[in-house]
Write a protein that binds this ligand. Sequence first.
Ligand SMILES: [Mn+2]
Length: 315
Amino acid sequence: MKKLDAVLENKHLIGIAGHVRPDGDCVGSTLAVYNYIRTYYPDADVRLYLEPIPNIFKFLRYSEEIKSEYTDEDIFDLFIALDCGDTGRLGNAAKYFESAKHTYCVDHHVSNQAFAEENYIFPEASSTCELVYELMDAQKVTKEIAECLYTGMVHDTGVFQYSCTSAKTMNIAGILMEKGIDFSKIVDETFYTKTYNQNRVMGQALLDSRLYLNDQCIVSVITQKQMKQFDVLPKHLDGIVNQLRVTKDVKLAVFIYENEDGSFKVSLRVNGNFDAASLAMHFGGGGHVKAAGCTMYGTQEQVVSTLLEEVEKRL
Ligand SMILES: [Mn+2]
C-alpha cells in the first residue's frame, strides 16, 4: 500500500471529500489530509468538499476553507475519499471522484468494497483518523494535524471507550498528545458539550423511547415536527443513540429521525454480539458491526415494524 506522500507525488489538482452529514472522524480525517497537503505541498491546488460541518469542529485549522458547493468543473489529478464506505456516501462530491485521473480511499467501514484505485481499508481500525495517521510521515504531523486526528479518534471511539479502541489507537493518541494539543478541551467541547436545545430534544427522545422484543431492543423516534419544536437540525441529534444504548440489558438501540422528504434515518448501536452492519446493509445502509445506519421509507409505524421484524430474525 502506498503511503500518503507516494500518492501525492506529482499530483497538482487534488480533491478530498468525506461522507454526507460529516461527523468528527470525517471532518478530522479530511482536514488532517488537507492540512498535510497545504503544509508540505504548497504548489498543489487542493480542495476539500464537505457538507456544512458542525460548529464544534470549526476550531480545526483551515476548516473555513472547506467547500460546500459543488460548482467546480475541473478534472482532479487525484481524488481522496475518506471515511466513506461507497461513492454514494460522497454525496455531491461523487462526480469529482468518478471523473478523477487517480483515486485513493482510506476507510474503516466493513461495507467498503475497495472502490478506489488505491485502497487502505481496515474495518478493525477505530477510525479513519487512525489509518490516516499511519499513512502520514510521522515526522510531518504538526500540532494542527494532530488536533484533527485526535478529534476524529475521540468521536469514533466515544472517547476511547467503544470496542473498536485498540492498544494501537491508544499509542497513536499518545503520540498526538505529545504534539502539544489541548486534548481535554477537544474532548469536552466537541464531544460532551451539548446546547440547551440538544439536551431538551434528547430528553424527549428518552421519554418517548419504547422497549421491544422482550426488552432487548430500545427504539425512539424524533419527527420533523419535534425537530422544529426544539429548533434543532439532524446534526444536533448526535449522541441520542449512544444514550439509548447504555440502557441496562438492552442489546440493540435504535434511534430514528424523520428526514425533510419524509424518509427516516435509522441509527443502530449494539451491546454484545449482534451485527448492526449486516442489519443496516439489509436495508441499503452500512457501517460497523456495533454502529451502523440506513435510510428507510414508509410511515413511522411501518418503518419501526419492518425494522423490528428483521431484528427479531437476527436476535
Ligand atoms: Mn469513521
